[in-house]
Design a protein around this ligand. Sequence first.
Ligand code: PMP
Length: 423
Amino acid sequence: MTGSAPSAPLSVPPGSAPNNATYDPLFQAALDGLHADGSYRYFAELERRAGNFPQAFHHGAGRDVTVWCSNDYLGMGQHPLVQAAMHKALDETGAGAGGTRNISGTHHYHVELEKELAALHGKESALLFNSGYLSNWVTLGTIAGRLKDCVVLSDALNHASMIEGIRHSRAEKRIFRHNDLQDLERHLKELPPDVPKIIAFESVYSMDGDIAPIEEICDLADKYGAMTYLDEVHAVGMYGAQGGGIAQERGLEHRLTVIEGTLGKGFGVVGGYIAASRALCDFVRSFGSGFIFSTALPPMIAAGVLASVRHLRASATEREGQKRAVAYLRRRLDEAGLPYIDSPSHIVPVMVGDAKTCRALSDELLTRFGHYLQPINYPTVPRGTERLRLTPGPLHTEAQIDDLVAALATLWREKGLALRPAA
Ligand code: PMP
C-alpha cells in the first residue's frame, strides 16, 4: 500500500494570534481537500452477527449483505471455539488486564499465547502487542533507533506501520523498488560493511496479493550482513502446514531475524506480535516505549487468540476451504471475462482504474445486489489502479460467489467497462 495521503502542514493565517476558534476551520479545510479529491473515507456501519459470517447487516443499506472485503480471512472471528474460549476467560478473569504488562497486567493467557506464537514460528520467543500496527511501529522504531548508524532497507510498498516505525527510529532509510532484488542489492552494495542493516518487507502484499522472494532476500541479507524483518500480517493463519505464514510454507523461518504478525486477520481477533530470538524480544520488551507504557490486551482476547492459533495449527480445514473459494471465484471471474490480478495468494483484486467508477460500483453492488465491497482508491493504491479487493474465505459458498460474479458482470455491461480478452 502507498500509505496515507501526503498533505501540506496546516498553517494559521500569517500575523494572526491563534485562539481556540482558529483550528477547526483548518481541520475542516484539510477534510474538504479529501472530499475534493475523492479520498475521504466513509465507514460502513456493519452488524456482524455471530455464526452468520460472511453475512452481516449493513446499516447504510438497511439490509443484510454478503461481506467480501473482510480481513477476518478464515472466519475465525466467529469460530465457536474462539468465542467459547473468550466467554470462559471473561468469566474467569473479567474484562480488562488491569495494567501494563510491567505493572500487574501480565496474565497467564498472555504468557501462554507468547509461547504458542514462538512455537508456531519455530523461534525462541515472541512478544505481544495491542495491534499489528504497534508491533511494526515499536519494533522497527526500537531496533533501528537504538542500533547506532543503523540503515533500514524498506520495500517501496511496505505498510504504513513499518514506514512510521522507521521514521520514528530516525535511522537512515533506503527504499528499494518493490520486490526488486537487483535494486535491493544496489543499495546494500553502497552501504559500508560495518553499519547495521535491516531489510524490512512483507510476505503477502495486501493490495496486489503478490508475494516477496523471501529466500533470495535472505540470501542477500546473509551476503551483506543484514537483519531481515518480515511482516506476515496477510499470511499468518493461512499459509504453511500450521498456519505460520509464507516463511513456514517455504521452510525459511529460521533464516528470518524477525517475523511479525497480526492476531486480527487470519486469527480473527485483535493484537499483533513479533517472533524472534530471546534477546531481541527481550530488548524490545525492555526498551520499546510503545510496548512498555500501554495497557496490556484483555486476558480474554489472549485466550480467544490462543484458541484460534491452536486450532489453526492443528486444522487445515479453514485453509483448504479458503483455497477452494479463491480458486472457484477466479474461475467464475475468468468465465465472465472480468479483469482481476491473478495473484499467487488469497487476495483477488478486481481492477477498475478510476475512483468514481469504483465507488459507483461499490454503491450499486451494495444497494441493488446486497454485496459489500469497500472501494479501494488513492492513497491506498496509486491513482489509475483503483479496485475492488475481494478476499473470499472458507465460509463463502459457491452460490454466493456465483451471485457476486453475476452482479459484477451486469454492472460491467451496464457501465460499458472493459472486459478481459477471452483466454
Ligand atoms: N502490516 C500490514 C501489511 C497490514 O496490512 C496491517 C493492517 N492492515 C498491519 C500491519 C497492521 O495490523 P493490525 O491491523 O493488526 O494493526
